[in-house]
Design a protein around this ligand. Structure first.
Ligand code: AMP
Ligand code: ZN
Length: 119
């Protein structure tokens, strides 16, 4: 069924607590944890507990959960005190854009100056 956990998915395992992660926030529908290879002083990933391969697929199937990710992102920014200086929410979509884990995740980046356009 759509959204069901996938046995071979790393982020499903993190969401289920089967793989350890530095969790910063959890809600009924989302989990946020520090990226293992941070690209900025704040680099947190926010994932839905349900499994969809990318942001658009999640938004089409469960729009409320997609909105929950965006709300969680702002709360992470408040927690890490980067709301005033600004932060970036990135959904890499497709391997050509650098997506390596095919379970929807938002990167929350901040705490340093961020270039535009991104590389
Ligand atoms: P993407 O390349 O957009 O698919 O992002 C995947 C992100 O997951 C990368 O930034 C990785 O550093 C991060 N990542 C991979 N494995 C883990 C892990 N076990 N715990 C935390 N972050 C991870
Ligand atoms: Zn998954």
């Amino acid at each position: 069924m759509a959204g069901e956990p996938q046995a071979d998915c790393l982020f499903c395992k993190i969401a289920a607590g089967k793989v350890p992660a530095t969790i910063v926030r959890e809600t009924d529908t989302t989990v946020a944890f520090r990226d293992i290879n941070p690209q900025a002083p704040t680099h947190v990933l926010v994932i839905p507990k349900v499994h969809y391969p990318d942001a658009a697929t999640l938004a089409a199937a469960e729009p409320q959960v997609a909105a929950d990710i965006l709300r969680a992102a702002e709360e992470i920014a408040e927690l890490d005190d980067i709301k005033e200086t600004g932060f970036r929410i990135v959904f890499n979509t497709g391997s050509g854009a650098g997506q390596t884990v095919f379970h929807t995740h938002a990167h929350i980046l901040g705490g340093r100056s961020l270039q535009w356009p991104p590389g």
